[in-house]
Structure formats: C-alpha cells, structure tokens
Write a protein that binds this ligand. Sequence first.
Ligand code: MG
Length: 382
Amino acid sequence: MINGLASYAAKPEESLGRVFAEPQEPTLSGRNPFQRDRDRIVHSAAFRRLEYKTQVFLNHEGDHFRTRLTHSLEVAQIGRAIARRLHLNEDLVEGIALAHDLGHTPFGHAGQDALNACLKDGFEHNLQSLWVVDELEERYPTFNGLNLSFETREGILKHLSKKHLTQHRKWLGQLGDRFIEGHQPSLEAQLANIADEVAYSNHDIDDGIRSGLLDMEHLSSVKLWQTHLNHVHDLYPELTGRRLRHEVIRHIIHQLVDDLVNYSKNLLQQHHPTSIHEVRLLPPLIQFSPSIQAEVTELKRFLFKNLYRHPQVVAKTEEASTQIHFLFGFYTTHPNEIPEHFYQTDVSNQPRRIAHYIAGMTDRFARREYIRFSAITPNQSS
Ligand code: MG
C-alpha cells in the first residue's frame, strides 16, 4: 500500500491524463490531478447552480428538502467514508460525486424527460454531465470545459446508450471504448455510483415523510425500514417523530455502508486485482451482498411507486414538463433570446445548443423565463 492506497486504487501519478496538456501537476500548489479536478468542479458555475435544482421536491417547496447540491454533498460524504475503508482514492470519489449530477435539468426527472422528447437525438443526464465538464464551462483561456482527468470523466459518464455512443464516438474517444469492450470503470467510479444510490434511497425516505407524502406505517412493508425501526424501538422505546426517523435512517445507512464494504472486500480478495487496469477487466467489485441488494431494490421500488409516482409529485412534474416544452419551442423560433456568448462552438446544431441552455437552468430561472416568454407568446404555451 502506497500513501494509504490499495494496489487496485486509482493513482494520480498513473492517470490517463487530460485532453489538453497542462503544466506538470505537482508544481501547482502541491495538489495531485484528482484533487485539482475536485477543486475545478467546486469552482464551476454549474456546481453553484445545483443549489437551485430539484432533487425530488421542487426547490421552493421547503427549506429542508434536498436539492441537487445537498444531494451531491451527501453522495460525496458517503462515498469518501467507503473509499477510506477500502483504501480507494477519496479525492477521485469526491470529484465524481460532486460532479455526477451537473447535467441534470431543472425540475428533476420531468425536465430530463421533456428535453429528451424535444430532441431528435435524445437527452441523457449522464452524458450531459460530461458535456458540462468537457465543453460548457467557460473558465480557461485556451480550451472549453474544465479539462478534467480521464478517471474523473469516466466516473461522471457512468452509463451511455448505444445510440449516444455511436453519435459521439469521436468526442468520447477512449471513454467510449469501455462500453464497446464491456469493461468496468475504476472502483472509485463504481463506488460513487452506489454511494449515489445509498444517499438518495435514504434521504428520499426522510424528505418523503417530512413532506407528508409518505408515512412510517406505510413504510412498514419495506424490510430494510422495518428491521431498523424495530431495532431503534428496542434501543429507545420513547423515541418518536423526527428523531425516530433520523435514527432509523442513520441505522439503515450504517448497515448499507458496512455491507457494501464487507462484501466488496470479499470480492476484492477473491479476484485479487493488483492494478486499476486489472479492475477494468473484472466484473463489478463494489457491490452489496445479494440479500442486502434485494432489500435495497425493494426500498427503491417502494419509493418509485409511492413517492416518485405520487399524484402530488406527478402533478408538479407535469407542470414542469409543459414549461420545458414551451421553452424549447420558444428558443427554436426566437434563437436570439439565448445570450449571444452562450456556447458558440457548435452553433450549427441549434436544437442541441438550446438543450444545453435549458439543461443548465435552475428551476427558478426556467420558471421565470417561462412566465416572461409565455406572456408575450401565449399561443405557444399549450
Ligand atoms: Mg444523483
């Protein structure tokens, strides 16, 4: 083990590098490439906009609901805690976690579905996150985007449909090869992906109960919840309300993290990768045990059916969808309403440029633009 990193961890000095060559890394403030990536993400405009983007509940519905920003911070916290125990690269996990949702549209999944329907070539938030860090951020004198390391970009891209792979083969380069060859990304990328799942499955229970759309009785059909509720009742028989909810959720997160660490350790021992290169050729090694995986799946199904498809959430998302459709149509007929300086690199593909512009919007900016423009062109709002 070198610098606390296992042989299978991503090593900054072995990074596959950046698209645009930059001065030797160690000379710049003593930060390694993955630390610099993380810092670039935190300083980006897209990262700041996460504060006003919906996770599940629309941003203005309450001050305590998660936003994309607080969700991303929770993913980073959970991801780093697991990385430390597995001797993986914490900085890389943190960078991927903080950037993983940069491509999300305003209004959560409703926004993504609406943009996907508007674009002939389709819209996909993982690819959009990569677009943000590769192209859309304007911070450097000589290149677009943040020029992140290969390993960070690989973690951000996560999944890719065949359609998008074919369309963007040239841009994706080596990043696309993995999908053709069926290889895995780094363990850090695998971990960030599961940390996302742990974070949202738990904070959506919390936000769901807080909003009144879920109740604890309702959740008793979910094994993961009921097991820990019983346990917390035994420990603190008097506990009720929000402290009870928080304690149960804390216990669930603990168990999920412990299970993930222990089961992944077993898989790592079994397959014994000695480098990140070997990791790529093996099956996914960051995994829950099969029994816990089944319980997580049950919880996710419950949330899908009872929270994400709750009539009140659906009504809000339909409203959001109308607004996104309107804005796309409006900018198509009024392209001059997009700020002139906005992403001039590919002006020939106007629909994509419009999608980039809308995807970057916060909930409140999208709503404001919708109100402003639908007042002057009311016939387009239907
Ligand atoms: Mg996420």
